[in-house]
Design a protein around this ligand. Structure first.
Ligand code: GDP
Ligand code: MG
Length: 166
């Protein structure tokens, strides 16, 4: 089995960190600065007879409509429609207009998993469920998985969800 997994989300939610953690190698550049990822970076992992092809995308740019940002946004849209499954990354406890604009880009035909990253920052885990439900009401997600890319928390559950669509 083999499949394309597109990773999307607004800048700085941890897309590149998550892809590196899933693959277990440092292939994508991570930084606290937005716009570090300016082009598609692919990471391939073969595990238990399954090939996972991850496509890390530049953060969707909403602030300025210039040539660079339009190109970045087109890259995101192209990656999404070609994917077998999409990982929509958000930060635990935060869902703003920039996240909503990425949500508006998601094609309805491709299954999309809501990944709530940086869940290590949330001390009271009980707030994660109502938060997830609020976001789930905005889009028909196939699943929701809270993770921590830096602590490698819940990455196996996420991988299990991904496998369902490959
Ligand atoms: P991207 O712009 O979405 O690709 O985000 P990056 O992967 O470059 O990460 C942005 C920042 O968030 C970096 O400083 C990361 O170290 C941090 N970060 C990523 N994942 C996590 C996480 O699970 N927990 C915490 N606390 N920080 C994270
Ligand atoms: Mg990145």
């Amino acid at each position: 089995r083999c499949g394309y997994i597109a990773i999307v989300g607004r800048p700085n939610v941890g897309k590149s960190t998550l892809m590196n953690a899933l693959i277990g190698a440092k292939v994508s550049i991570t930084s606290r600065k937005a716009q570090t990822t300016r082009h598609r970076i692919t990471g391939i992992q073969t595990k238990d007879q399954t090939q996972f092809v991850y496509v890390d995308t530049p953060g969707f740019q909403t602030r300025h409509s210039n040539a660079l940002n339009r190109t970045l946004n087109r890259t995101v849209t192209n990656t999404l429609t070609a994917a077998d499954v999409i990982l929509m990354i958000i930060e635990a406890g935060t869902f703003g207009p920039a996240d909503q604009q990425v949500l508006d880009l998601l094609p309805k035909k491709v299954p999309c998993i809501l990944v709530i990253n940086k869940s290590d920052r949330v001390k009271d885990k009980a707030i994660l469920m109502p938060f997830a439900q609020k976001v789930m009401s905005a889009f028909p997600f196939a699943a929701v998985v809270p993770v921590s890319a830096t602590l490698r928390f819940q990455l196996e559950s996420l991988e299990g969800e991904i496998r369902k669509y490959l």
